[in-house]
Design a protein around this ligand. Structure first.
Ligand code: ATP
Ligand code: MG
Length: 262
């Protein structure tokens, strides 16, 4: 059963004052995501990956096409009011971690629950447990500037998991990290995904990461963005990139996608 249907989406940003019309960033983009699936989108820089996630999270309107959640139109003809985050049904981990600098790690992580008026003892316990899982226990009272980049990324992930959205959009969350931290977080993420039965749509420009994490990889071309290929990846989990680099099936996927992106 598909949880998310993207049907022939187009996107063009507004023209600059006095300038000519902006080009189409996305044209005729379609794909579906099944419930519980881990889908990765891989494409070059500037392809429109962040724009796609922003449209799914309803912080940016498409210029045309339709988006359905559980078969119901959430954006399309006759449905053109944006509802950012869709009542917390869609979690969005943006390319920047967006932690509030004047709040401690714990206060940042609990922020969405506080805003929703759902901050009780049980929610605090859940947050503490998630922080423990990703190695943030002991840093609750630290401010973002006192944490490393990898810790801030983990905090942003916990902040989203803590209010339990069924769908999570992730925009290159491990982009700026060193290889080792990245491998740890990739392992954490796979564990959390399996444990919490989430649906994840994960954007990256790294082919190896896309193949290692995804049940399915969507390959994006740019200018305008469109899905040009789909790869079902059936490698056993949990998957560790370092070990996969010598796996024949992995290398085959990797090389096919590299040629498709070129
Ligand atoms: N708010 C905006 N106004 C005008 N143009 C925009 C806006 N946001 C994005 N764009 C344009 O849309 C295109 C796609 O940008 P987007 O950020 O979605 O790419 P991306 O695939 O996420 O790239 P990266 O891998 O570098 O993060 C770019 O040409 C960018 O200039
Ligand atoms: Mg981006």
């Amino acid at each position: 059963m598909s949880i998310l249907d993207v049907v022939s989406i187009d996107k063009r940003f507004a023209a600059r004052a006095g300038g000519e019309a902006a080009p189409w960033v996305i044209q005729g983009l379609s794909f579906t995501v099944a419930e519980g699936e881990f889908v990765t989108i891989v494409g070059p820089s500037g392809a429109g990956k962040s724009t796609i996630l922003s449209m799914l999270a309803q912080v940016e309107p498409p210029s045309g096409g339709e988006i359905r959640l559980h078969g119901q139109t959430i954006y399309g003809p006759g449905h053109d009011t944006l509802k950012p985050g869709l009542d917390c049904r869609i979690g969005y981990i943006t390319q920047d971690d967006n932690l509030l600098p004047w709040r401690t790690l714990e206060q940042n992580v609990l922020f969405p629950l506080e805003v929703q008026g759902r901050l009780d003892a049980q929610a605090r316990e859940h947050a503490a447990q998630l922080m423990q899982t990703v190695g943030l226990a002991g840093y609750e009272r630290y401010y973002p500037h006192e944490l490393s980049g990898g810790m801030r990324k983990r905090a942003a992930i916990v902040r989203t998991l803590v209010y339990d959205p069924p769908i999570i959009l992730m925009d290159e969350p491990f982009g700026a990290l060193d290889a080792e931290t990245r491998a740890t977080l990739q392992a954490d993420l796979q564990r959390l995904w399996a444990l919490k039965h989430k649906t994840i749509l994960f954007v990256t420009h790294e082919i190896a990461e896309a193949v290692a994490l995804g049940d399915r990889v969507l390959v994006l071309k740019r200018a305008p963005a469109r899905v040009i290929a789909e790869h079902a990846v059936t490698l056993a989990r949990p998957r560790v990139i370092d070990e996969l680099l010598v796996d024949e099936a992995f290398v085959r996927h990797y090389e096919t996608i590299r040629n498709q992106i070129r």
